[in-house]
Design a protein. Structure first.
Length: 415
């Protein structure tokens, strides 16, 4: 049954408040699964390197391989959700994610863990790509931005609490405990989907999977400036953020002398800043135009990057000044992300929302896997991390300004 059929008494966004609350909670839990899988085990990186007899860069590849898996998984699962509906691919993907989390606990070397994490990424992509498609099934424009901002309050708890929980787990148990915890949380999210999430794509709106039609849809998305401009901005902004996420565990602990607990606290502050930016954006939706919200967020991000660069050039980089710059940068990202994502998805019809979500998510995860590794080819150092963030920050600026120019000339929303 379509979720729209559950709408006897409309409230905000055209849906009952109870339905909105349920959707926010379930989809928030779904989209939190992949961030939890990436952030929960970050404090354990040094322990994993020692236990598996590996190097820092080799262990970092377990994160890169999952990001690549998330990219490819979205490319497959998004179109499948346009063909078979949202629920079935989602339940299968989440079940497989739970199983691979348990398999990570029996890996005996880094190469095995890299391979398992790749498969985990393939299956974990379901929660990310299909959740975005479900949101597009119900909302567009500012309604989509508003709903996404509400949902991200739950979603951001995972990256904020993940490293803190992970740090506590490795104090009392071996690093494998973080993957057991990951499996339990994934299983709970799967139960929520099975019990509370109705099908949102009616059978008569589903698409075929013919290669020619699929290729034509992808070609149209690439040529659609209303879609591709914000997608490129999302990818570059995500690269900027993930360069920090994927490297700062090593940098803070090995280069700056932080403990695992101190790193997790610093990471939580950064994630809290991202969440704060998201909620400020939610407050501004009915008060500030979309393009102005993007400019505000972009300005904050660049201010944080400038501070991060300045403290290093001045030789005063430490565990207070560096996280301060990162926190300001992440606050800006929290403002920019929902507006860019909503602009891209709102430009497409619901019947191709899965494919559009897959294309955007695939590019985003591919960027998140490749760009940080590219930035740290010369070594996982604070200077290299900052250099990568600067480059991707400049790219984000160009892409955001291009998006604003396109949408201000002629705003377009799909029906």
């Amino acid at each position: 049954m379509s979720a729209a059929a559950l709408n006897p008494t409309a409230a905000h966004d055209g849906y009952p408040r109870r339905f909105i609350a349920m959707m926010v909670f379930v989809l928030g839990a779904l989209t939190a699964t992949a961030p939890l899988a990436t952030d929960l085990y970050l404090p354990a990186f040094p322990d994993m390197a020692e236990s598996l007899g590996s190097t820092e860069k080799h262990i970092q590849l377990t994160l890169t391989s999952m990001m690549v898996g998330l990219a490819l998984g979205q490319a497959v699962l998004g179109p499948l959700s346009d063909r078979f509906g949202r629920r079935v691919p989602l339940l299968i993907g989440m079940g497989a994610f739970t199983l691979t989390a348990l398999l990570c606990t029996v890996a005996t070397n880094a190469d095995q863990l890299i391979a398992i994490r790749f498969i985990q990424g393939l299956s974990g992509a379901a929660g990310m790509v299909i959740a975005r498609a479900i949101i597009r099934d119900h909302f567009q424009g500012d309604d989509m931005t508003r709903f996404t901002s509400k949902m991200m309050f739950i979603t951001m708890l995972a990256p904020m609490l993940g490293p803190i929980i992970g740090a506590q787990l490795i104090i009392v148990a071996p690093w494998t405990a973080v993957f057991v915890f990951m499996a339990v949380m994934s299983a709970l999210a799967t139960v929520l989907v099975w019990r509370y999430l109705p099908e949102s794509l009616p059978a008569d709106q589903r698409q075929t999977l013919e290669a020619r039609e699929f290729a034509a849809t992808l070609g149209r998305l690439v040529r659609d400036k209303y879609f591709i401009a914000p997608v490129l901005a999302v990818c570059l902004n995500f690269s900027m953020l993930f360069t920090y996420v994927s490297t700062f565990s090593f940098i803070s602990q090995n280069e700056m002398g932080a403990s695992a607990g101190a790193y997790s606290a610093i990471f939580a502050i950064g994630t809290l800043s991202l969440l704060a930016g998201n909620q400020v954006n939610l407050f501004m939706i009915d008060r500030v135009e979309t393009h102005r919200r993007m400019v505000i967020g972009l300005t904050c991000s660049l201010t944080g990057v400038a501070l991060l660069t300045g403290v290093q050039l001045a030789g005063v980089d430490n565990l207070v000044t560096v996280p301060s710059g990162i926190a300001i940068m992440m606050f800006g990202c929290g403002v920019v992300f929902p507006n860019l994502g909503a602009a891209a998805m709102s430009s497409q019809e619901p019947k191709v929302a899965g494919t559009a979500s897959a294309f955007m998510g695939c590019l985003q995860m591919a960027a998140g896997g490749a760009m940080p590794a590219l930035a740290t080819m010369g070594g996982v150092t604070l200077a290299n991390m900052t250099g990568g963030i600067i480059v991707y920050g400049i790219g984000t600026t160009i892409a955001v300004l291009a998006t604003i120019r396109i949408y201000r000339r002629q705003p377009v929303l799909a029906a």
